[in-house]
Design a protein around this ligand. Structure first.
Ligand code: NAD
Length: 389
């Protein structure tokens, strides 16, 4: 195992400015320009066909919670870069939702056919175990609760090994959409609002049902045409081709599939008034938030709207009732409203407001932790003085 432990540095405000292609491993590990998290672990076991990256961005608030992604990457550096970016986004998401978790993420480079998946996941669980609890893995694209159970068999603590959090993620996204419509259109309810959902998977389909039940007009796009038609028919909506998403007129565009749907080149083509979804990492870079604001498109940062899944994980671990969980997820609506109102009364975008909020949460938590360390040290000094006397 190659382990690169980097100096912890304070959480960046321009977190989304990390470069896409971070260069080779040496330059990633050696440059804090590219990497500003706490710990980066590269895991490799050729006998099991395993190559993986664990990126722990920040553990100020608790263990770094974040899913395990298992997909193909064009290069090792692309995988390392993605793990870092997503880990930083998890710090934002968990802190903004008020959860006792830091941010982390891991990626497993999808193995060749024929590799024993169970053996691979078990081995990965051993690497997770070695982080000593600093990384708390969950499900992400390409992994399932069964994989998480296998990791847990190695002794690693995992965040979810039984329930799918997607319905809670969808509930939170729906709450954010309702709040944004209320803010933008100054009206209650979403009756007649045209919402284009990109990706009719676990979250997108649940979101379509929720919004349609409140009278929204649903349009669905999915690369799986059969799935798109099925979900559209179920909610009395329609569907459009996946490549028509950006240019289709709608009130709300809800990205619920791939990352980086919105780039500087696509912003001018958008025909929506609001952008609010479940997909992590919706913007190619945070400069897009400014371009969106200039075009009068209201963007709710993805880490604000898609936190329902992590809130669900926290509720399971804290043994909250379902009633409490529902109420906590619906708080995403009030947080959305607050961010949009604060941004409207300032020169800042909702993204800048939300990132700044996280920066303050982390700064306060660090001050509190430093205070607790100092008083602990003072108590130990007192005890030493007394026993020497
Ligand atoms: P999913 O795999 O169940 O669904 C994704 C859907 O998107 C699939 O139906 C797929 O065919 C479709 N798709 C893929 N590429 C597409 C494209 N280019 N255009 C249109 N459709 C496309 O995934 P999910 O669990 O529903 O998650 C959706 C997104 O939300 C992901 O980005 C995920 O990281 C994010 N997210 C999910 C959760 C959760 O609880 N599941 C929580 C937070 C964030």
């Amino acid at each position: 195992m190659l382990v690169a432990i980097l100096n912890p540095v304070h959480f960046p405000c321009d977190i989304c400015n990390q470069t896409e292609e971070a260069g080779d491993v040496a330059s990633v590990a050696g440059s804090t320009d590219h990497w500003q998290g706490e710990q980066l672990v590269l895991c490799r076991d050729d006998a099991r066909g395993l190559r993986a990256v664990i990126a722990i961005n920040d553990t100020t608030l608790g263990p770094g919670l974040g899913g395990v992604r298992c997909v193909r990457y064009p290069s090792d550096t692309a995988a390392i870069s993605e793990a870092q970016r997503l880990a930083a986004a998890m710090t934002l998401k968990n802190a903004f939702a008020g959860l006792p978790f830091g941010g982390a993420k891991s990626v497993i480079i999808a193995p060749e056919r024929g590799v024993d998946r169970r053996g691979l996941m078990q081995r990965f669980g051993e690497f997770v175990l070695r982080t000593g609890g600093a990384y708390l893995p969950g499900v992400d694209m390409g992994t399932s609760v069964t994989d998480l159970q296998t990791m847990a068999d190695s002794g690693a603590e995992v965040s979810c090994n039984a329930e799918d959090p997607s319905p809670w993620t969808a509930l939170g996204v729906a709450a954010a959409i309702r709040a944004a419509i209320e803010h933008v259109d100054q009206r209650d309810g979403i009756q007649g609002t045209r919402v284009l959902i990109q990706g009719a998977g676990h979250v997108g389909a649940a979101l379509a049902r929720d919004l349609a039940a409140s009278g929204a007009e649903i349009v669905v796009a999915d690369i799986d045409a059969e799935r798109a038609s099925r979900v559209a028919a179920e909610v009395g909506g329609s569907n459009v081709a996946p490549d028509a998403v950006i240019s289709t007129a709608c009130d709300v565009l809800a990205p619920c599939s791939v990352a980086k749907v919105i780039a500087a080149e696509t912003v001018p083509q958008l025909r929506c008034r609001m952008l609010i979804g479940a997909a992590n990492d919706t913007l190619a870079d945070d400069g897009c938030a400014t371009l969106l604001a200039r075009r009068g498109i209201t963007y709710v940062p993805d880490f604000v709207s898609n936190a329902g899944g992590v809130i669900h994980i926290h509720a399971l671990r804290a043994e909250h009732t379902e009633k409490r969980l529902r109420s906590d997820v619906l708080q995403i609506g009030s947080r959305t409203r607050e961010v949009l109102e604060t941004a409207a009364g300032s020169d800042h975008t909702p993204l800048q407001i939300a990132v700044e909020r996280v920066r303050r949460i982390l700064a306060d938590a660090r001050v509190a932790a430093d205070g607790a360390r100092s008083s602990g040290a003072a108590r130990r000094d007192d005890a030493r003085t007394l026993s020497a006397a």
